[in-house]
Design a protein. Structure first.
Length: 386
Protein backbone atom coordinates (compact mmCIF):
# COMPACT_ATOMS: atom_id res chain seq x y z
CA UNK A 1 0.00 0.00 0.00
CA UNK A 2 1.29 3.43 -0.91
CA UNK A 3 1.12 5.83 2.03
CA UNK A 4 2.01 8.98 0.13
CA UNK A 5 -1.01 10.81 1.24
CA UNK A 6 -0.13 10.46 4.89
CA UNK A 7 1.03 14.03 4.38
CA UNK A 8 -1.63 15.66 2.28
CA UNK A 9 -2.08 19.41 2.06
CA UNK A 10 -5.05 19.65 4.46
CA UNK A 11 -2.72 18.86 7.33
CA UNK A 12 -1.25 22.32 6.76
CA UNK A 13 -4.51 23.89 7.75
CA UNK A 14 -6.35 21.71 10.23
CA UNK A 15 -5.40 19.39 13.03
CA UNK A 16 -8.13 16.75 12.97
CA UNK A 17 -8.64 14.59 16.04
CA UNK A 18 -11.19 11.89 16.73
CA UNK A 19 -11.16 12.93 20.39
CA UNK A 20 -12.39 16.39 21.35
CA UNK A 21 -11.20 18.10 24.56
CA UNK A 22 -14.02 18.79 27.00
CA UNK A 23 -13.97 21.19 29.97
CA UNK A 24 -14.14 19.73 33.45
CA UNK A 25 -15.68 21.44 36.49
CA UNK A 26 -12.46 23.28 37.28
CA UNK A 27 -12.46 24.93 33.86
CA UNK A 28 -9.51 22.95 32.55
CA UNK A 29 -9.80 20.55 29.64
CA UNK A 30 -9.73 16.78 29.81
CA UNK A 31 -9.69 14.16 27.09
CA UNK A 32 -12.94 12.42 26.26
CA UNK A 33 -12.94 8.65 25.87
CA UNK A 34 -15.70 8.20 23.29
CA UNK A 35 -14.36 8.23 19.72
CA UNK A 36 -16.33 9.67 16.85
CA UNK A 37 -17.93 6.95 14.72
CA UNK A 38 -19.85 6.83 11.45
CA UNK A 39 -23.58 6.41 10.98
CA UNK A 40 -24.80 5.10 7.59
CA UNK A 41 -28.35 6.11 6.68
CA UNK A 42 -30.16 4.42 3.79
CA UNK A 43 -31.59 6.80 1.23
CA UNK A 44 -32.97 6.94 -2.31
CA UNK A 45 -31.04 7.93 -5.42
CA UNK A 46 -33.27 10.94 -6.00
CA UNK A 47 -32.13 12.36 -2.65
CA UNK A 48 -28.52 12.69 -3.85
CA UNK A 49 -28.05 16.31 -5.05
CA UNK A 50 -28.02 16.47 -8.87
CA UNK A 51 -27.40 12.70 -9.14
CA UNK A 52 -25.59 11.28 -11.15
CA UNK A 53 -23.40 14.39 -11.10
CA UNK A 54 -20.82 15.90 -13.42
CA UNK A 55 -18.09 14.28 -15.55
CA UNK A 56 -19.40 10.71 -15.39
CA UNK A 57 -16.90 9.46 -17.97
CA UNK A 58 -13.99 10.35 -15.68
CA UNK A 59 -15.84 8.70 -12.80
CA UNK A 60 -16.29 5.53 -14.87
CA UNK A 61 -12.61 5.45 -15.80
CA UNK A 62 -11.67 5.75 -12.11
CA UNK A 63 -14.15 2.98 -11.19
CA UNK A 64 -12.59 0.58 -13.69
CA UNK A 65 -9.18 1.27 -12.12
CA UNK A 66 -10.57 0.48 -8.67
CA UNK A 67 -11.89 -2.82 -10.03
CA UNK A 68 -8.34 -3.86 -10.88
CA UNK A 69 -7.98 -4.44 -7.12
CA UNK A 70 -11.58 -4.92 -5.96
CA UNK A 71 -12.36 -7.74 -8.41
CA UNK A 72 -10.20 -10.06 -6.31
CA UNK A 73 -12.64 -9.74 -3.39
CA UNK A 74 -15.78 -11.88 -3.34
CA UNK A 75 -18.19 -9.04 -2.48
CA UNK A 76 -17.03 -6.96 -5.44
CA UNK A 77 -16.65 -9.62 -8.14
CA UNK A 78 -20.14 -9.23 -9.62
CA UNK A 79 -20.20 -5.42 -10.05
CA UNK A 80 -16.63 -5.41 -11.35
CA UNK A 81 -17.27 -8.24 -13.82
CA UNK A 82 -20.41 -6.51 -15.11
CA UNK A 83 -18.53 -3.23 -15.41
CA UNK A 84 -15.83 -4.89 -17.50
CA UNK A 85 -18.52 -6.26 -19.81
CA UNK A 86 -19.77 -2.77 -20.69
CA UNK A 87 -18.17 -1.24 -23.78
CA UNK A 88 -17.94 2.55 -23.92
CA UNK A 89 -21.08 3.19 -21.85
CA UNK A 90 -22.70 6.62 -22.15
CA UNK A 91 -23.79 8.65 -19.13
CA UNK A 92 -27.22 7.03 -19.00
CA UNK A 93 -25.70 3.54 -19.01
CA UNK A 94 -23.26 4.51 -16.24
CA UNK A 95 -26.10 5.85 -14.12
CA UNK A 96 -28.13 2.67 -14.67
CA UNK A 97 -25.13 0.51 -13.78
CA UNK A 98 -24.62 2.12 -10.39
CA UNK A 99 -28.33 2.20 -9.57
CA UNK A 100 -28.54 -1.51 -10.45
CA UNK A 101 -25.54 -2.72 -8.45
CA UNK A 102 -25.31 -0.32 -5.51
CA UNK A 103 -27.39 1.27 -2.77
CA UNK A 104 -26.69 4.81 -1.50
CA UNK A 105 -26.01 5.36 2.21
CA UNK A 106 -25.43 8.85 3.55
CA UNK A 107 -22.40 9.00 5.83
CA UNK A 108 -22.99 10.97 9.02
CA UNK A 109 -20.91 11.57 12.12
CA UNK A 110 -22.06 10.10 15.43
CA UNK A 111 -22.03 13.72 16.62
CA UNK A 112 -25.05 14.27 14.35
CA UNK A 113 -23.37 16.19 11.54
CA UNK A 114 -24.06 15.37 7.89
CA UNK A 115 -21.39 17.75 6.60
CA UNK A 116 -17.63 17.71 6.87
CA UNK A 117 -14.45 19.21 5.47
CA UNK A 118 -13.53 18.70 1.82
CA UNK A 119 -10.01 19.74 0.84
CA UNK A 120 -7.90 19.21 -2.27
CA UNK A 121 -4.54 17.81 -3.31
CA UNK A 122 -2.59 17.40 -6.52
CA UNK A 123 0.56 16.01 -8.13
CA UNK A 124 3.26 18.64 -7.72
CA UNK A 125 5.63 20.01 -10.38
CA UNK A 126 9.09 21.14 -9.29
CA UNK A 127 12.30 22.19 -10.98
CA UNK A 128 15.57 20.58 -10.04
CA UNK A 129 18.61 18.62 -11.10
CA UNK A 130 20.60 15.47 -10.39
CA UNK A 131 23.48 17.46 -8.90
CA UNK A 132 23.37 20.01 -6.06
CA UNK A 133 23.38 23.76 -6.66
CA UNK A 134 23.45 26.70 -4.24
CA UNK A 135 20.15 26.72 -2.37
CA UNK A 136 18.97 23.33 -3.62
CA UNK A 137 17.67 20.67 -1.21
CA UNK A 138 17.91 16.87 -1.47
CA UNK A 139 15.01 14.53 -2.15
CA UNK A 140 15.96 11.28 -0.45
CA UNK A 141 15.18 7.65 -1.06
CA UNK A 142 14.50 5.47 1.98
CA UNK A 143 17.53 5.47 4.31
CA UNK A 144 19.27 2.17 4.79
CA UNK A 145 19.61 2.75 8.54
CA UNK A 146 15.89 3.37 9.21
CA UNK A 147 14.14 0.52 11.01
CA UNK A 148 10.47 -0.31 10.56
CA UNK A 149 8.85 -2.04 13.52
CA UNK A 150 5.54 -3.76 12.77
CA UNK A 151 3.58 -3.57 16.05
CA UNK A 152 0.93 -6.02 14.89
CA UNK A 153 3.47 -8.86 14.96
CA UNK A 154 3.58 -8.51 18.77
CA UNK A 155 0.23 -6.91 19.53
CA UNK A 156 -2.49 -8.16 17.13
CA UNK A 157 -4.80 -5.28 18.11
CA UNK A 158 -2.22 -2.92 16.59
CA UNK A 159 -2.23 -4.59 13.17
CA UNK A 160 -1.24 -2.08 10.50
CA UNK A 161 0.54 0.17 13.01
CA UNK A 162 4.28 0.63 12.72
CA UNK A 163 7.13 2.60 14.20
CA UNK A 164 10.28 3.91 12.54
CA UNK A 165 13.55 4.11 14.39
CA UNK A 166 17.32 3.79 14.31
CA UNK A 167 19.92 1.88 16.28
CA UNK A 168 22.32 3.64 18.60
CA UNK A 169 24.42 1.00 20.22
CA UNK A 170 21.90 -1.49 21.58
CA UNK A 171 19.08 1.03 21.82
CA UNK A 172 16.31 1.71 19.29
CA UNK A 173 15.70 5.44 19.14
CA UNK A 174 13.26 7.53 17.08
CA UNK A 175 14.54 8.23 13.60
CA UNK A 176 15.94 11.67 12.88
CA UNK A 177 13.49 14.59 12.72
CA UNK A 178 13.14 17.03 9.83
CA UNK A 179 15.34 19.57 11.61
CA UNK A 180 18.05 16.93 12.16
CA UNK A 181 17.93 15.85 8.53
CA UNK A 182 17.83 19.37 7.07
CA UNK A 183 20.68 20.56 9.30
CA UNK A 184 22.78 17.59 8.28
CA UNK A 185 23.38 16.58 11.91
CA UNK A 186 23.28 12.86 11.03
CA UNK A 187 24.53 11.46 7.74
CA UNK A 188 21.25 10.22 6.25
CA UNK A 189 22.06 6.86 4.73
CA UNK A 190 19.73 7.22 1.80
CA UNK A 191 20.32 7.86 -1.87
CA UNK A 192 19.64 11.39 -3.07
CA UNK A 193 17.21 10.87 -5.96
CA UNK A 194 17.26 14.51 -7.08
CA UNK A 195 17.90 18.04 -5.89
CA UNK A 196 14.96 20.46 -5.76
CA UNK A 197 15.68 24.08 -6.59
CA UNK A 198 13.33 25.42 -3.93
CA UNK A 199 12.97 24.31 -0.29
CA UNK A 200 9.26 25.23 -0.14
CA UNK A 201 8.57 23.24 -3.32
CA UNK A 202 10.35 20.26 -1.76
CA UNK A 203 8.25 20.61 1.39
CA UNK A 204 5.00 20.69 -0.58
CA UNK A 205 6.13 17.66 -2.57
CA UNK A 206 6.28 15.82 0.74
CA UNK A 207 2.79 17.06 1.60
CA UNK A 208 1.32 15.92 -1.72
CA UNK A 209 3.21 12.63 -1.61
CA UNK A 210 4.04 12.50 -5.31
CA UNK A 211 5.19 14.78 -8.09
CA UNK A 212 7.50 15.36 -11.00
CA UNK A 213 10.81 17.15 -11.05
CA UNK A 214 11.62 18.99 -14.28
CA UNK A 215 15.33 18.80 -14.99
CA UNK A 216 17.46 21.43 -16.68
CA UNK A 217 17.28 19.54 -19.98
CA UNK A 218 13.46 19.52 -19.83
CA UNK A 219 13.11 15.85 -18.87
CA UNK A 220 10.82 14.84 -16.00
CA UNK A 221 11.65 12.61 -13.04
CA UNK A 222 8.56 11.18 -11.37
CA UNK A 223 8.72 10.56 -7.62
CA UNK A 224 6.26 8.84 -5.31
CA UNK A 225 6.01 8.29 -1.59
CA UNK A 226 8.15 5.45 -0.27
CA UNK A 227 8.26 5.93 3.51
CA UNK A 228 8.26 8.46 6.32
CA UNK A 229 10.51 9.07 9.33
CA UNK A 230 7.84 8.16 11.86
CA UNK A 231 7.43 11.59 13.41
CA UNK A 232 3.89 13.03 13.58
CA UNK A 233 2.88 15.75 11.16
CA UNK A 234 2.67 19.24 12.65
CA UNK A 235 0.78 21.90 10.74
CA UNK A 236 2.91 24.79 9.56
CA UNK A 237 -0.28 26.63 8.64
CA UNK A 238 -1.46 26.33 12.23
CA UNK A 239 1.95 27.52 13.43
CA UNK A 240 1.63 30.64 11.28
CA UNK A 241 -1.89 31.28 12.59
CA UNK A 242 -0.89 30.69 16.23
CA UNK A 243 2.01 33.12 15.81
CA UNK A 244 -0.21 35.84 14.37
CA UNK A 245 1.35 35.74 10.90
CA UNK A 246 -2.01 35.17 9.20
CA UNK A 247 -5.60 34.33 10.04
CA UNK A 248 -7.10 30.88 9.59
CA UNK A 249 -9.22 31.98 6.64
CA UNK A 250 -6.06 33.33 4.95
CA UNK A 251 -4.10 30.09 5.38
CA UNK A 252 -3.57 28.35 2.05
CA UNK A 253 -0.72 26.82 0.14
CA UNK A 254 -0.29 30.06 -1.78
CA UNK A 255 -0.24 32.29 1.31
CA UNK A 256 2.18 29.99 3.12
CA UNK A 257 4.52 30.09 0.10
CA UNK A 258 4.24 33.89 -0.01
CA UNK A 259 5.09 34.13 3.68
CA UNK A 260 8.21 32.01 3.14
CA UNK A 261 9.33 34.24 0.28
CA UNK A 262 8.79 37.36 2.39
CA UNK A 263 10.56 35.88 5.44
CA UNK A 264 13.54 33.88 4.12
CA UNK A 265 15.39 34.24 7.42
CA UNK A 266 12.56 32.38 9.20
CA UNK A 267 11.87 29.78 6.50
CA UNK A 268 13.66 26.93 8.25
CA UNK A 269 12.03 27.86 11.55
CA UNK A 270 8.64 27.46 9.92
CA UNK A 271 9.39 24.24 8.03
CA UNK A 272 11.09 22.58 10.99
CA UNK A 273 8.06 23.02 13.24
CA UNK A 274 6.91 19.92 11.35
CA UNK A 275 9.24 17.07 12.42
CA UNK A 276 7.84 14.66 9.82
CA UNK A 277 9.95 13.90 6.75
CA UNK A 278 9.05 11.90 3.64
CA UNK A 279 11.31 9.67 1.55
CA UNK A 280 10.60 8.90 -2.11
CA UNK A 281 10.99 6.30 -4.82
CA UNK A 282 11.33 6.77 -8.57
CA UNK A 283 8.19 5.88 -10.53
CA UNK A 284 7.73 5.16 -14.24
CA UNK A 285 7.30 8.44 -16.09
CA UNK A 286 4.14 7.40 -17.96
CA UNK A 287 0.84 9.08 -18.71
CA UNK A 288 -1.03 7.56 -15.76
CA UNK A 289 -1.71 9.63 -12.68
CA UNK A 290 -0.10 9.51 -9.26
CA UNK A 291 -0.50 6.21 -7.40
CA UNK A 292 -2.90 6.22 -4.45
CA UNK A 293 -3.18 3.96 -1.40
CA UNK A 294 -5.33 1.49 -3.39
CA UNK A 295 -2.22 1.10 -5.58
CA UNK A 296 -3.97 2.26 -8.76
CA UNK A 297 -3.40 5.52 -10.66
CA UNK A 298 -5.54 8.40 -9.46
CA UNK A 299 -7.94 10.02 -11.93
CA UNK A 300 -8.09 13.81 -12.17
CA UNK A 301 -11.25 15.18 -10.52
CA UNK A 302 -12.62 11.67 -9.91
CA UNK A 303 -10.46 10.27 -7.08
CA UNK A 304 -10.55 11.17 -3.40
CA UNK A 305 -8.61 10.36 -0.25
CA UNK A 306 -10.72 9.25 2.71
CA UNK A 307 -10.46 7.90 6.23
CA UNK A 308 -10.64 4.13 5.66
CA UNK A 309 -12.04 3.56 9.15
CA UNK A 310 -15.31 5.02 7.89
CA UNK A 311 -15.21 4.91 4.08
CA UNK A 312 -13.80 1.62 2.75
CA UNK A 313 -10.85 2.08 0.43
CA UNK A 314 -11.91 1.36 -3.15
CA UNK A 315 -15.60 2.11 -2.73
CA UNK A 316 -17.56 4.53 -4.92
CA UNK A 317 -18.67 7.71 -3.15
CA UNK A 318 -21.05 10.45 -4.18
CA UNK A 319 -19.66 13.83 -3.12
CA UNK A 320 -21.69 17.04 -2.89
CA UNK A 321 -19.55 20.12 -2.24
CA UNK A 322 -18.59 23.43 -3.87
CA UNK A 323 -15.73 24.59 -6.07
CA UNK A 324 -12.89 26.51 -4.38
CA UNK A 325 -12.59 29.02 -7.25
CA UNK A 326 -16.20 30.02 -7.97
CA UNK A 327 -18.16 28.60 -5.04
CA UNK A 328 -20.52 26.87 -7.49
CA UNK A 329 -22.04 23.52 -6.59
CA UNK A 330 -19.83 20.52 -7.42
CA UNK A 331 -21.53 17.14 -7.37
CA UNK A 332 -19.36 14.18 -8.36
CA UNK A 333 -19.37 10.41 -8.38
CA UNK A 334 -15.83 9.72 -7.16
CA UNK A 335 -13.74 6.73 -6.12
CA UNK A 336 -12.10 6.34 -2.70
CA UNK A 337 -8.61 5.44 -3.91
CA UNK A 338 -6.30 7.14 -1.43
CA UNK A 339 -5.83 7.83 2.28
CA UNK A 340 -4.11 10.50 4.32
CA UNK A 341 -2.81 11.14 7.82
CA UNK A 342 -4.71 14.43 7.90
CA UNK A 343 -7.89 12.86 6.51
CA UNK A 344 -9.68 11.90 9.69
CA UNK A 345 -13.36 11.53 10.43
CA UNK A 346 -16.52 10.05 8.91
CA UNK A 347 -17.45 12.94 6.60
CA UNK A 348 -14.00 13.87 5.31
CA UNK A 349 -12.60 13.86 1.78
CA UNK A 350 -9.53 15.14 -0.05
CA UNK A 351 -10.28 15.77 -3.74
CA UNK A 352 -7.56 14.98 -6.30
CA UNK A 353 -7.34 17.78 -8.86
CA UNK A 354 -4.56 16.37 -11.06
CA UNK A 355 -1.08 17.50 -12.06
CA UNK A 356 0.61 20.88 -12.28
CA UNK A 357 0.17 24.49 -11.24
CA UNK A 358 -3.50 24.90 -12.18
CA UNK A 359 -4.40 21.82 -10.16
CA UNK A 360 -2.22 23.12 -7.33
CA UNK A 361 -4.03 26.46 -7.30
CA UNK A 362 -7.39 24.71 -6.90
CA UNK A 363 -6.10 22.25 -4.31
CA UNK A 364 -4.33 24.93 -2.28
CA UNK A 365 -7.49 26.99 -1.85
CA UNK A 366 -9.96 24.17 -1.23
CA UNK A 367 -11.49 24.21 2.27
CA UNK A 368 -15.14 23.50 1.49
CA UNK A 369 -18.04 21.91 3.35
CA UNK A 370 -19.56 18.82 1.82
CA UNK A 371 -21.73 15.73 2.19
CA UNK A 372 -20.83 12.15 1.28
CA UNK A 373 -22.81 9.06 0.31
CA UNK A 374 -21.24 5.61 0.36
CA UNK A 375 -22.33 3.54 -2.66
CA UNK A 376 -22.28 -0.02 -1.37
CA UNK A 377 -22.90 -3.28 -3.28
CA UNK A 378 -26.44 -4.54 -2.88
CA UNK A 379 -26.75 -7.56 -0.61
CA UNK A 380 -23.39 -6.97 1.09
CA UNK A 381 -23.21 -6.09 4.79
CA UNK A 382 -22.20 -2.52 5.51
CA UNK A 383 -18.81 -1.77 7.10
CA UNK A 384 -18.80 -2.59 10.80
CA UNK A 385 -21.91 -4.79 10.65
CA UNK A 386 -22.11 -8.59 10.84
Amino acid sequence: MRLASLLLLPALLTGCSLFAPAPDKSGSTTQTTAPVTAVYRATEWQNLPAWPGEQLQASWSAWLKSCEKLARRADWQTPCANAAALTNPDDAAIQTFFETHFSPWQIESSTGSKTGLVTGYYEALLTGSLTPKPGSVPLYGVPEDMLTLELGSVYPELKGKRLRGRLEGKKVLPYWSRADIEQGTPPVKGEVLAWADDAVDAFFLQIQGSGRVQMEDGSLLRLGYADQNGHPYRSIGKWLVDNGEMTLDQASMQSIRAWGQANPQRLNEMLNTNPSYVFFRILPNNADGAIGALNVPLTDAASIAIDPKFTPLGSPVYLATTRPDTGAAMNRLVQAQDTGGAIRGPVRADFFWGFGKDAGALAGNMKQRGEMWLLWPKGVALPGTP
